[in-house]
Design a protein around this ligand. Sequence first.
Ligand SMILES: [Zn+2]
Length: 223
Amino acid sequence: MSKLKTIIQIISKKAYFYAFLFFDMAEPYNGVKFNYKNIGKTISEHPLLYELKYWCAVFNHKNLAPPYPGGSSGNLSFRLNSKENNFIITASRTALNDSMVNTDFSEVINYYKNQNLITGKGEKEPSSESIMHFLIYKNRNDINAIFHGHSPEILKHAEQLNIPTTEKELPYGTVEFAKNALNLLHNSDFIILKNHGFVSLGNTMQDAGEQTYFFLNKCKSFK
Ligand SMILES: [Zn+2]
């Protein structure tokens, strides 16, 4: 009986630790902060969509995008066509899991800075961080995949891992937040957004995913 009690204590301590880290580091999720115009109900069928679903499941299993009621704190995307900036991304308020369907994703077509407007397709609004994804694709022609998560382990060990970190903590989902990230992402493919999360860029989804694994695995050596 006392053994069981100890196990329960350990589990609840761990859950408290993650909950504390998550709620302490980021403002609560209140939806997207851009204007959105839906121009089609279905996203493009693309052979790489299955791979995006695979990495969403991995992010969930590895606690790289911890869940909150009604969603997961992370967003993953891939570029649809080279030389263009449109992409498929996880939709807003969507839980990452093993059985994601096409309607859990949105297609971002364009972002109009003056109106702070995103145009897109799909049944749901695209992820709140779509402006950041758009600006990265626009400025980094070599990048075709962007994975953003809130791993408590990577955040905790960012300094020991020598990962470039943004100087200012900014409200999620804004142009300022996106530009702040982009400043570091001109010269780096893996960064920390201060008190928020990480961004992993890759030429392919496999690159972005394995790079995340690399840092997550390194965290184990600090325990
Ligand atoms: Zn985030």
